[in-house]
Design a protein around this ligand. Structure first.
Ligand SMILES: [Zn+2]
Length: 248
């Protein structure tokens, strides 16, 4: 809670932090944001590999999967993961301002992604997460709508994914992890996030090999269809370290 308050103050009052550090232990905040990002990319992998229907904006679908499936990934950290991802989006939107290109692409605005994720996470378990609505200043009416829409979206994911899981207690052998050389390789390996995501991903019955790749690159994260690879760049994780640095 102390961390959250510190971040809320940073978000609404303080200027953004100025510098990133590269030779570091992965902070909890960076780990949480990277977790949501990797689950988002895993959604793209599931959609493409299993040819799932895309009946709307795929980026929105992937955000929704990431938010709902944090609970299945790690029920004890799920709330913290969604909260930190939302704060990260809010910080990014504060830093970037609104540009035309933000409205031209497929991604909803960062502020919208933040509030929708909070809404969905709250709406799927309102009793446990009512503090989200107060902290992030949701109106009573909008909070009520979250309670109606979120279970519908979550149920749709549940139905869509139900034929794709491995039998209970079994893991697919098709998921592997590789690290490229770079200044953050050691910190990521020590943290083990990619391996934990790989174990979660192995609960799906993939028909081809899926690779989780942490590399030294200046992009963000993406699903690469040709190589069946989820790429996470260290530059993106550095941004999350920078965003969370004042709260540690
Ligand atoms: Zn995406």
């Amino acid at each position: 809670m102390k961390k959250l308050i510190a971040l809320m103050i940073m978000l609404f009052i303080s200027p953004p932090p100025a510098s990133a550090s590269n030779d570091v232990v992965l902070s909890k905040f960076a780990e949480n944001v990277a977790t949501h990002v990797l689950l988002h990319e895993l959604a793209h992998a599931l959609i493409r590999e299993f040819d799932l229907p895309v009946l709307g904006n795929e980026e929105v679908m992937a955000d929704n999967f990431a938010t709902f499936y944090t609970r299945k990934f790690d029920s004890t950290k799920a709330k913290e993961i969604v909260q930190d991802r939302a704060l990260s989006w809010l910080l990014e939107s504060k830093q970037a301002g609104l540009r035309d290109r933000d409205l031209q692409g497929e991604y909803p605005l960062d502020r919208r992604r933040a509030f929708r994720s909070l809404c969905h996470f709250y709406g799927s378990d309102p009793e446990d997460n009512h503090d989200f609505m107060e902290l992030f200043r949701f109106s009573q009416s909008e909070a009520g709508k979250c309670q109606t829409t979120s279970p519908e979206v979550e149920r749709s994911w549940r139905r869509t994914l139900s034929p794709l899981w491995m039998p209970e207690g079994m893991l697919s052998r098709e998921v592997n992890v590789i690290y490229g050389e770079g200044p953050m390789k050691k910190a990521m390996m020590k943290n083990g996030l990619l391996e934990r995501i790989a174990i979660f991903a192995s609960r799906f019955d993939w028909h081809s090999q899926i690779t989780l790749n942490f590399d030294h690159c200046d992009q963000e994260a993406e699903w690469r269809r040709n190589s069946h690879t989820i790429l996470l760049c260290d530059d993106y994780v550095s941004r999350f370290l920078e965003q969370g640095s004042k709260s540690e």
